[in-house]
Write a protein that binds this ligand. Sequence first.
Ligand code: ATP
Ligand code: MG
Length: 353
Amino acid sequence: MVDLGPDDWELAMADERHSRLAEFIEPFRVRPGSKVRLDRDFDPAFRAGVKKRDATALLRQGIEHLAEYQARLAAQDTYGVLVVLQALDAAGKDGTIRHVMSGVNPQGVSVHSFKVPSAEELDHDYLWRYAKRLPTRGEIGIFNRSHYEEVLVVRVHPENLERQKLPQASKRGDIWKRRYREINDWERYLTDNGLRLVKLFLNVSKEEQRTRLLRRLDLPDHTWKFSVADVRERERWDDYQEAISDMLSHTSTEWAPWYVIPADRKWFARVGAAAVLGHALMEIDPRFPTVGAEQRAVLDAVKAALEAQAPEGAAADPFESRHGHVAPGTPAEHGSGKEERAHGDGAAPDASR
Ligand code: ATP
Ligand code: MG
């Protein structure tokens, strides 16, 4: 029998969690190259056998997992994560962001909501405004609506395309196929440069959307969320379903697959979104930077100098005397990680100069 050390145990737990998450999210994944018909292929009420009474505990675990990995992502400062959140109105984008990201250090996260493009934005190529909002390395960025609106609302309402001031030649042929290719290429470029894309489509049914719109009208505290425009968009339900199906068929790639999250139950959508994001972070497997031997020597010298400054009667190292010696590389409590990361880039700390 093989003995498991504490590190092995942690790794085994991580492996176990990784494969469980992979299995859980597999039904949501849009296989690259498959032809999707949303209403036939994805059930908005699916809940993978999860019971509502377990959802709170599951989400709490998911949130803790995200917080831990986000700290590592920030500390490593090599990869960024872009969460692309698409959905029809009232599918629960806002609530999903609020709940799923609730345990994560706000310093490591950026959220941007994309609305109807401004005059300045329309004066640029269509991907410009999205490129401007990409997360940095170490950061999790969330796009609440995204570049995918460019093949959804713009397709369903062609007047949006007119406003984009494209030259005639750019409107000829199959503009949507061209945009899919451009988006895939752009996402490939971003992936090659260290950005991991997590694309979530929150899939709500027409009847559940009706219920939620009525709820907004019925509850005074929620009426501010109601927009007559949402009801008008609802009239184009079938056109949207078709545009979404086509988008999923053409832009789910090996490097940036789509996940269709069943969203008729808000609690399930949150667990599902947290699982897909948690899985992506595990795949990145970010690590806290470790300190090399040369740098360790520099840090040890600085430590000795600080210890020598102890006033009479004080411990040389009050932290160590209180908590004992901590082996190098042992993660303590972490924040977003970025502000407290070790000098993983090899730069000597200021105090050594
Ligand atoms: P909420 O859940 O609060 O209603 P929302 O994302 O629907 O959030 P709104 O301000 O209601 O926000 O709507 C934003 C609108 O902007 C949407 O109708 C969306 O289709 C539209 N929009 C987003 N991107 C584009 C685009 N590139 N071209 C045209 N319209 C766009
Ligand atoms: Mg809206």
